[in-house]
Write a protein that binds this ligand. Structure first.
Ligand SMILES: Nc1ncnc2c1ncn2[C@@H]1O[C@H](COP(=O)(O)OP(=O)(O)OP(=O)(O)O)[C@@H](O)[C@H]1O
Ligand SMILES: [Mg+2]
Length: 243
């Protein structure tokens, strides 16, 4: 797996030599297409298997008593999630730009997130402070929404049953700064350099693609995604976007 250091070396080589740039670009494009095709070809039959199992379970509830049925359903769901996340990651650098209000987007996300917390049985306090008048923003609205949902979902996982999550956004002179602060488990020092790498997860059912996709999307917008964390106290994820 290529690390960020390898990618920097590759970019350096590409800058130095035109032929190298062309060959690496072609290889990256082939790789991108191969991942898309494999994900697509596996997802179709897997979706069919998943739907058939759900229908079977609805029509014959007794199958739930079968040995390992629950585990099998969870595995199928995990494979569907993994393929969806893999497609998101693979497409994270291809942006479809539009002009939209980032204030509205963040307020909508906050409302949906608050509703999802209310619907669950947890004791998580969520609040947000989204500045008014941040103006129009040009970027990929759907992908930025994915970024924020990933970060909020991680905060929720980190907080567990009780704690607080705070989302804020403001416009500075040349950037928009969005912060998600949580009072969750925090990230140990030895893990902090790994969490943005692909497939790095410390959760039982995680794919480890959430933050790597989020970082790629933010960087494709010319921005940065950073983290500050204190173990057992909480974490702050900051998205900075050029405005
Ligand atoms: N707010 C947070 N607090 C503590 N740890 C975090 C936080 N956000 C991310 N992490 C750590 O970073 C790891 C990688 O996060 P990432 O979103 O890439 O994958 P994941 O959440 O494990 O899996 P998935 O996103 O597929 O559910 C997590 O497993 C977790 O250990
Ligand atoms: Mg995640």
């Amino acid at each position: 797996m290529l690390t960020n250091i390898d990618l920097n070396k590759m970019n350096h080589l590409m800058e130095q030599n035109k032929d190298t740039k062309q060959i690496i670009s072609q290889l990256l494009e082939n790789h991108h297409t191969a991942v898309s095709m494999i994900a697509h070809e596996i997802r179709n039959p897997l979706t069919l298997v998943s739907s058939s199992l759900q229908i079977m379970e609805a029509q014959h509830p007794e199958v739930k008593e079968f040995h390992n049925w629950k585990l099998m359903m969870e595995d199928v769901r995990f494979m569907c999630d993994l393929l969806n996340q893999l497609s998101t990651f693979n497409n994270s650098s291809t942006l479809h730009h539009s002009v939209f209000s980032i204030e509205k987007l963040l307020k909508n996300i906050s409302v949906s997130f608050a509703i999802s917390l209310d619907a669950s049985d947890c004791d998580i306090e969520f609040s947000s402070k989204i500045a008014s008048g941040m103006g129009d923003f040009t970027g990929d609205k759907i992908k930025l929404e994915e970024v924020l949902l990933n970060i909020l979902q991680n905060a929720r996982d980190a907080v567990g049953e009780s704690g607080s999550i705070f989302l804020s956004a403001e416009r500075l002179s040349d950037s928009i700064v969005i912060r998600c602060r949580d009072t969750g488990c925090g990230i140990p020092d030895e893990r902090i350099d790994t969490i943005f790498d692909m497939f790095v997860t410390y959760k039982e059912n995680g794919t480890g693609l959430g933050l790597s996709s989020a970082k790629r999307i933010v960087e494709a917008h010319g921005g940065a995604l950073t983290v500050d964390s204190v173990p057992d106290k909480g974490s702050v994820f900051t998205v900075t976007l050029p405005a």
